[in-house]
Design a binder for this molecule. Structure first.
Ligand SMILES: [Fe+2]
Ligand SMILES: [Fe+2]
Length: 168
């Protein structure tokens, strides 16, 4: 289903964020992370409000594909990304800011604490594990089973509902 394409986009944004981190470019890293978090939140809301209700109503749910697993993972992903963001902010040296405009004059990479940066990357590795796990569960259960349970018109209706939500 088309909605899975968002997963690839999310992966690209996170890669851009981590690339900026490796450059120790904190404003760019924060900006990519915020874009990522915004898209993740919108995608989760689409799944919670449109996809999962249809899945729960129409699919004979297998053991590993219970709706509560998806709900739980969504909550965990969002709290984990909040922790990552908070950790990133602690890397900003005193006297600097990551507000708008700082992208043009980023903190000198030499002033970014390497230990803190490595701790952040460790934290992000756990986040990525969580995300990978969630992606695998949705690719294995949520989307293929929903697709098999709905006819083409019903699948289109799901996409339209998601579209309407994002235009709200
Ligand atoms: Fe998803
Ligand atoms: Fe999801």
């Amino acid at each position: 289903m088309q909605l899975l394409e968002v997963h690839d986009l999310l992966e690209e944004l996170f890669l851009a964020h981590q690339t900026a981190l490796l450059d120790r470019n904190l404003p760019a890293a924060l900006s990519c992370l915020d874009q990522f978090a915004e898209l993740l939140a919108a995608h989760i809301a689409d799944e919670e409000k449109v996809v999962l209700p249809a899945y729960a109503a129409r699919v004979a749910i297998p053991e590993g594909g219970k709706p509560e697993f998806f709900h739980f993972e969504h909550t965990k992903l969002q709290s984990s990304i909040g922790e990552v963001r908070a950790m990133l902010l602690t890397l900003v040296p005193a006297g600097h800011t990551l507000e708008n405009g700082s992208m043009l004059a980023p903190v000198d990479p030499q002033h970014v604490d390497v230990r803190g940066l490595l701790e952040l990357l460790d934290q992000e590795a756990s986040f990525k594990d969580l995300l990978r796990h969630h992606d695998a569960r949705e690719r294995r259960f949520l989307y293929p089973l929903l697709e098999a349970a709905l006819n083409e018109i019903e699948q289109q209706q799901i996409l339209v509902q998601v579209q309407l939500r994002s235009n709200d």
